[in-house]
Design a protein around this ligand. Structure first.
Ligand SMILES: Cc1ncc(COP(=O)(O)O)c(C=O)c1O
Ligand SMILES: N[C@@H](CCOP(=O)(O)O)C(=O)O
Length: 472
């Protein structure tokens, strides 16, 4: 049986796994979540010890996919996706102190944790589209990493055209070039005059324009797509089991922007994984840390930082958490999201806030703390971290965690993606791995558009093959 997926806003049809994956955003503007969380027993999780990344990925993903993908096909796609990684463990752990570990998530093709999900998602979407004889037009927003990972995973795929919106001038040069140097006709990098939040709002507006959505068969690869989050659940199991789960409890500290990554940790916990605290680590764009402190989610202007991928105020996946934490009352979610749209804020009720605080801690790191942390970790351990990882590392040092519990800091990007910030902090200029050594020399292809829905839709209509009627 395929698991059923429901929208957080309760007004869209229930879908199976493949339909939810191809839909991206639900038609009522909500996000799909599984109707029930599959769980593992203690014995099943104990059996993960010593198994490969691919084995654990198959075990974690299969209950969500049900019979919508055969087990053989799922395994073949998992194997192929993680063969693109430069480390045999896919997401290895490195110890940097007593009970302190870094989970390296940047061994994929574009050097960010997004590859973990995107390499698999592209294969699963392609597989589903081929079975159905369909094509899709993917629209995505990026603050730097999702776009590059999506373009790498989908470039040259015949059934998908990909349009990525990035905020003009607000991503690193390496991140921009990872999007603008792809030569394939099916990928399009678009810079819009605005912030990531503006780009994400445009993407959601395109999904909520049902005529446009249906005409172009829109698909999404941001973490609004449930399958993106699902693929990220896997590495929580892999890391925790390597450190002794389920016999031990493990804490995770997660650099957070759109809340997809840390929500994946929450899902792992709901599935039975012995996670103690999930720590939300933000840079100075600290809406989530403020919300946990006060119970009020309040959007303020975004400030540019050295961790640009986390320069986010409207944190999409928080909606999934509210839905679960409030007892799956879609009326509460609709109320909160309506208030957010109207006034830029909403209040969490006591029960919801209490449920969130039981699972999560939160902290912020300012720019000086991020730079100090990059420098200190390199001097003390010889290990060079990127600014996003440094946000989490600094927060891990500032929040109250049990020193007897292993703490895993998620390292979400390679320092070579942010050479200027890392060099300024540590006097060490990180290199890019050899497969990207020519990136800075390649010609770029980038379209600049105003932050305007009509202009963006017109560009996509003019360039999507589905509108031109080209058969897949
Ligand atoms: C390097 C890096 N770290 C952390 C984050 C934050 O992750 P999430 O948006 O899933 O909270 C992002 C962007 O998503 C990122 O690109
Ligand atoms: N930080 C992301 C922003 C988009 O987040 P997503 O996980 O919802 O795709 C990026 O680097 O693009």
């Amino acid at each position: 049986m395929s698991a059923a997926y429901v929208s957080t806003r309760g007004e869209a049809p229930k879908l199976g796994f493949t339909d939810a994956m191809l839909a991206g955003l639900a038609r009522d503007g909500g996000l799909y979540v599984p109707e029930v969380w599959p769980t593992f027993s203690f014995a099943e999780m104990s059996d993960f010890a010593g198994r490969s990344y691919a084995d654990i990925a198959e075990a974690v993903i299969a209950p969500y996919a049900g019979d919508s993908i055969s087990r053989e096909d799922l395994r073949a796609m998992i194997d192929e996706a993680y063969e693109t990684f430069r480390h045999p463990a896919v997401t290895p752990l490195v110890q940097t102190g007593p009970n302190r570990f870094i989970l390296e998530l940047s061994h994929g093709p574009t050097l960010a944790f997004k590859d973990v999900a995107m390499q698999l998602l592209a294969r699963m979407m392609d597989h589903a589209l081929a079975e159905r004889g369909q094509r899709t037009t993917i629209v995505g927003a990026t603050s730097g990493d999702t776009g590059g990972a999506a373009i790498d995973a989908f470039r040259g795929r015949d059934r998908a055209d990909v349009f990525i919106l990035m905020p003009w001038g607000k991503v690193s040069e390496v991140q921009r070039r990872q999007m603008t140097t792809a030569t394939e006709d099916n990928v399009h990098a678009i810079a819009i005059d605005g912030s990531f939040d503006d780009a994400q709002a445009l993407v959601k507006a395109m999904f909520n324009d049902h005529a446009f959505r249906d005409r172009l068969a829109l698909g999404g690869v941001n973490s609004i797509n449930w399958a993106r989050v699902l693929a990220q659940v896997v590495y929580y199991f892999v890391a925790a089991v390597a450190l002794g789960a389920p016999r031990r409890t493990i804490d995770f500290v997660v650099p957070t922007g759109n809340f997809g990554d840390v929500f994946a940790g929450y899902v792992a916990k709901r599935m039975g994984l012995t996670i103690g605290k999930l720590v939300i680590a933000t840079n100075i764009n600290d809406i989530l840390a403020r919300t946990l402190e006060t119970g009020r989610y309040e959007v303020r202007g975004v400030q540019p930082t050295t961790s640009p991928s986390m320069d986010i105020q409207v944190s999409s996946n928080f909606e999934r958490l509210i839905f679960d934490a409030c007892g799956r009352d879609s009326g509460i979610v609709r109320g909160a999201m309506g208030s957010l749209a109207q006034s830029g804020s909403f209040e969490l009720n006591r029960r919801t806030l209490g449920a969130i605080r039981r699972e999560f801690l939160a902290g912020r790191a300012d720019e000086a703390e991020v730079a100090d942390t990059i420098d200190r970790v390199r001097r003390e351990t010889g290990y060079l971290i990127d600014p996003h990882t440094a946000v989490a590392y600094a927060v891990a040092d500032s929040v109250e965690l049990d020193p007897a519990t292993p703490t895993v800091v998620l390292s979400t990007a390679h320092p070579g993606k942010f050479p200027d910030a890392v060099e300024a902090a540590s006097s060490v200029r990180p290199d890019l791995p050899p497969h990207l050594s020519e990136l800075l020399e390649l010609p770029e292809k980038l379209v600049r558009l105003p932050n305007d829905l009509v202009a963006v839709q017109a560009f996509i209509e003019a360039n999507a093959r589905i509108v031109r009627g080209e058969a897949a």
